[in-house]
Design a protein around this ligand. Structure first.
Ligand SMILES: Cc1ncc(COP(=O)(O)O)c(C=O)c1O
Length: 396
């Protein structure tokens, strides 16, 4: 059979980078390529207790259909939590989604027509970029700097693309760079959204994982006229396998997202939603987050310390204040893809080539992503020593 697929998905291709990532499954490879929470970050006893109680005391709730907007007690709790952070106002509504990923997909679906421009940071989170691409938007990447998107280049892109509907940003501990956007830039992009009349999607799955520096107010908290869609997630603070995320946005937008979610998956897994609600109700979230931050602070410190010790000084890298990732950059003229390929094939250490996070894999970057949350402390030390030796052999 010769299958003819829709034009809509014609541009979505299995990535060439998978060739590198497939090595990460080999047992002798140390992988810095994942983005999973640390094993010790999962509150297994609490989740098991909450799930057991739910199934013994309220099984029908866990197993029955529920409403598309999401489990009401969980939504009510999140509305209060979001309101405390000025991320939920009287004009807003909140929908529970199947992870933050679905939040991005629904936001694009309800706002963008084919050909509308959606601007993102370059590099950015590939899951969102693929969701946007599946709606055939004109995806435009604008250079990301240490303190957030380059404002001059953003304005150039806005002038060049007068049909810009959405700006997608990950302001805290960005995936893949680990960078955090300054308050000045958050205010500036919000002002640009008024001047050029576009919506901002603020994706914040890592915001609670700050282990250094001071919290920066969200863009949503600056929003006075309903221009910001805020997307949150339980993936990095509780468990990604639950697939529970949420979107706080103006009521009109959420109403449309509800209709679209109805045709997509009816509602997010209610069992998982009730576990999230049970966790918020019966566990000490602050103490849990405190513990997570300590785990990631330790792991990040170990990785940066080992990189300082072993890496060629010609490699530059970010010093994240939270989240799960470090972004390393090879000197001008290096062949980054070849570097990542050799690292995994010959030295048995996997990192993700930066091109995986660009709007097009043909966009140039000399950078690669390292993850410090998934490998054990011992593997971080060993992997950095090996990778460091490779960088010195290649560059010094
Ligand atoms: C920036 C960013 N947004 C969204 C997601 C998707 O998260 P979720 O598991 O909630 O769908 C991820 C996952 O890694 C991410 O890094």
């Amino acid at each position: 059979m010769n299958y003819v697929f829709s034009d809509r998905i014609a541009g979505l291709q299995a990535s060439a980078i998978r060739e590198i990532l497939k090595f990460t499954a080999f047992p002798d490879v140390i992988s810095f390529a994942a983005g999973n929470p640390a094993q010790e970050a999962f509150p297994i006893d609490d989740v098991s207790r909450i799930s057991n109680e739910l199934l013994s005391k309220n099984p029908i709730l866990a197993l029955q259909y529920n409403i598309t907007e999401g489990y009401t007690p969980l939504r009510d709790l999140l509305k209060v939590m979001m309101a405390e952070k000025n991320c939920f106002s009287d004009n807003d509504e909140l929908i529970i989604t199947a992870g933050a990923q679905q939040g991005m997909e629904l936001a694009c679906k309800v706002l963008c027509n084919e050909g509308d421009t959606l601007i993102c940071e370059a590099p950015s989170f590939i899951g969102s970029l693929n969701a946007f691409k599946s709606y055939n938007v004109n995806l435009v990447g604008v250079e990301l700097e240490d303190d957030g998107i380059n404002l001059e280049k953003l304005e150039v892109a806005l002038k060049a693309n007068t049909n810009t509907k959405v700006l997608y940003l990950i302001p805290n501990f960005q995936n893949p760079t680990g960078n955090t956007m300054s308050l000045e830039k958050r205010k500036a992009v919000y002002n640009l959204s008024k001047k050029y009349n576009f919506i901002i999607i603020e994706d914040n799955p890592y915001g609670e994982l700050r282990f250094a520096g001071e919290d920066v107010p969200s863009i949503k908290s600056l929003d006075a006229d309903g221009r910001v869609i805020y997307v949150g997630s339980f993936s990095k603070i509780l468990a990604p396998g639950l697939r529970v995320g949420y979107v706080s946005a103006p009521k009109e937008i959420i109403q449309k997202m509800v209709v679209c979610k109805q045709v997509s998956d009816v509602h997010t897994n209610i069992w998982a939603q009730a576990i999230c609600e049970g966790f918020l109700q019966t566990c000490d979230l602050d103490a849990h987050l405190h513990r997570l931050r300590a785990v990631y602070e330790r792991k990040c410190k170990i990785m940066l310390g080992e990189m300082d010790k072993y890496f060629s000084k010609k490699i530059k890298y970010t010093k994240p204040q939270g989240g799960l990732f470090i972004w390393a950059t090879l000197p001008e003229g290096s062949n980054m893809l070849e570097f990542c390929k050799r690292a995994v094939e010959e030295y048995k250490v996997a990192v993700v080539p930066g091109t995986a996070f660009m709007v097009s894999e043909n966009d140039k970057t000399n950078s690669f992503r390292l993850n410090f949350s998934t490998p054990t402390d011992e593997k971080i030390v060993k992997g950095c020593e090996i990778l460091g030796r490779m960088t010195r052999e290649m560059l010094d």
